[in-house]
Design a protein around this ligand. Structure first.
Ligand code: C5P
Length: 422
C-alpha cells in the first residue's frame, strides 16, 4: 500500500473487530491505516478481546480501543457516556475485520447490543465487512442471506479467501488478505460507494453465431472492457449482473464474488438474457460486440469439406440496444461504438438511433485502444450533444469515467472530496 496516500490522510476509520481467530490480523490493518495517515478508532466486541487485547490496538491506533457501549473515552481524555453515536457520526468509513457470522446476523437484523453493532447502526458512513469463519458457517444459507440483505443496503463485503482455517481445516472462509481489505476501504474513501443499491447489467465479449456445431462467425472482442465495467461497478457498490460472451476464464475472478455471471454464446441468447432482466435493472452498459448478422440456418452436423464451399446466407440479429431504447422506462442506457473511421460522427448517429443516454466510442484501429489490449481511449457522447475525449486509460480507469457519468445521470454526485485522487 502507498504509505502516505493522500486519500487516507486524516480520514476517520472505525475499525470494528469481532470475535474470531482472525482478530489478530486486524492489528496489522490498524497499523497500516495509521501509517498511511488515517485516524483509526478501534472498537472490539467482548469476544474479540478473548483473542486479542484491546491494549494492543490502543498502542497502535489513533485513539484508545473501545469495547463498552456505555463507558468510553473520547480520545481526548474525557469520558463520553455514549461513544457509539460519536464514533458512528464522525466516521468516514466503518470497516469490520473480521466480521463473524454473529456480527453479520446482528447487523442484518438491526440488533445493537454492544458498542460495535450500535456504532454500525449509528453511522451513515459507508461500511466494509470482511467476513471470516469456518467454511460450513460461511456457506450456511443464513449467513449468505444476511450478507445479501446487507449488500442490498449498500454494505461492501470483502469476500473471504480459501485457505487454512482455525483447527487446521482448509476451505473458504479465511479473512481476505490485508491488501484486499485495505483496497476496499480505500475504494470507499475515494468513491464513497456512489452506486450503492443501483442494479447494473453489463454485457461483454463477442457473440458467436453458429455455422455448424464446430464453426461460428465471431469477432475480436475479448470482453475485457465489459468485465472492467462490471468489476468497477461492483466495487462502487452496485448490484451487478454480467451477461458475458467472453471466453471462459475471464469471468473466473467473479467466481466467489457478488457479481452474477450469466454466460451466453449467441446474440439471441444475449438478447434473451438482457431483455428478461431489463425491468429489474437501473443501468445497462452494452459493452459487448454483438454480431450484426448470423447464418440463417446453422447446420446440425459438421459441414464436410468434400461437399465444397458452403453458401452461408446471413440474416440480421436482434439489435439489443436499439430494442432497449424503445422499451426503456427510466433506465440509463450506455452503448459502445467500435469504429475505424469518423468515430465521433458515427457515434453521434448511433446515440440518436438507439436512444441511448451515453455512448462510448473508440477507434478500434488504434493499437492501444479497443480489442484485446488492456488500455482504451474513448469519446463519450451524451444525449445533450456534449462530448468528452479521454486520454489513453486502462480499461478499469475508463470504466470509472463511464460510471462517473452514469452516477451523475442517476443524480448520484460524488460524495467524496478525494475523487480527484483516483
Ligand atoms: O450498431 P453497432 O453494432 O455499431 O452498435 C454498437 C452498440 O450496440 C454496442 O453497445 C453493442 O453492444 C450494441 N448492439 C446490440 N445489438 C446488436 C448490435 C450491437 O445491442 N445486435
Amino acid at each position: 500500500m502507498d504509505p502516505v496516500s493522500p486519500a487516507w490522510r486524516g480520514r476517520r476509520v472505525v475499525l470494528g473487530v469481532s470475535g474470531g481467530i482472525a482478530a489478530y490480523k486486524a492489528v496489522e490493518l490498524c497499523r497500516q491505516m495509521v501509517d498511511a495517515g488515517a485516524h483509526v478508532a478501534p472498537v472490539l466486541t467482548e469476544d474479540a478481546t478473548r483473542f486479542i487485547g484491546a491494549l494492543t490496538f490502543s498502542a497502535l491506533a489513533s485513539e484508545p480501543a473501545q469495547t463498552q457501549l456505555f463507558t468510553g473515552a473520547t480520545g481526548d481524555g474525557s469520558e463520553h457516556p455514549i461513544p457509539h453515536t460519536r464514533l458512528g457520526q464522525s466516521a468516514d468509513v466503518v470497516v469490520v475485520a473480521p466480521a463473524t457470522a454473529r456480527l453479520i446476523a446482528k447487523y442484518a437484523a438491526g440488533l445493537s447490543d454492544d458498542l460495535l453493532t450500535a456504532t454500525l447502526l449509528a453511522t451513515r458512513a459507508p461500511v466494509v465487512l470482511a467476513p471470516a469463519m469456518h467454511t460450513e458457517m460461511w456457506e450456511h444459507p443464513a449467513v449468505q442471506e444476511n450478507l445479501t440483505t446487507l449488500r442490498r443496503r449498500g454494505v461492501h463485503v470483502v469476500e473471504p479467501e480459501s485457505g487454512r482455517l482455525a483447527g487446521g481445516d482448509i476451505g473458504a472462509g479465511r479473512l481476505a488478505a490485508p491488501e484486499a481489505i485495505l483496497g476496499a476501504v480505500l475504494e470507499v474513501l475515494t468513491h464513497g460507494l456512489d452506486l450503492a443499491g443501483v442494479r447494473v447489467l453489463v454485457t461483454a465479449g463477442g457473440t458467436r453465431e453458429a455455422i455448424d456445431p464446430v464453426r461460428f462467425i465471431g469477432n475480436r472482442s475479448s470482453g475485457k472492457m465489459g468485465h472492467a465495467v462490471a468489476e468497477r461497478a461492483s466495487a462502487r457498490g452496485a448490484a451487478v449482473t454480467l451477461v458475458t460472451a467472453a471466453a471462459a476464464g475471464l469471468a473466473d475472478s467473479f467466481a466467489a464474488g457478488p457479481v452474477e455471471v450469466v454466460p451466453v454464446v449467441s446474440a439471441q441468447e444475449m438478447h434473451d438474457a438482457v431483455l428478461s432482466r431489463f425491468d429489474a435493472t437501473d443501468v445497462v452498459v452494452m459493452a459487448a460486440a454483438v454480431a450484426d448478422f448470423r447464418p440463417k440456418v446453422a447446420a446440425l452436423d459438421k459441414l464436410k469439406k468434400a461437399d465444397g464451399a458452403p453458401e452461408i446466407v446471413l440474416e440480421p440479429t436482434p439489435d439489443i440496444l436499439a430494442e432497449l431504447g424503445t422499451v426503456k422506462r427510466g433506465q440509463v442506457l450506455v452503448g459502445f461504438a467500435a469504429e475505424t473511421e469518423n468515430v465521433a460522427v458515427h457515434a453521434a448517429d448511433k446515440l440518436a438511433r438507439k436512444n441511448t443516454d451515453l455512448l462510448v466510442a473508440n477507434d478500434v484501429s488504434d493499437p492501444q485502444a479497443g480489442f484485446e489490449v488492456d488500455t482504451n481511449r474513448a469519446i463519450l457522447l451524451d444525449s445533450s450533444g456534449a462530448s468528452e475525449e479521454t486520454p489513453l486509460l486502462t480499461k478499469a480507469a475508463l470504466a470509472d469515467v463511464i460510471l462517473d457519468r452514469v452516477a451523475a445521470l442517476l443524480g448520484r454526485e460524488p460524495v467524496n472530496p478525494h475523487q480527484e485522487m483516483r
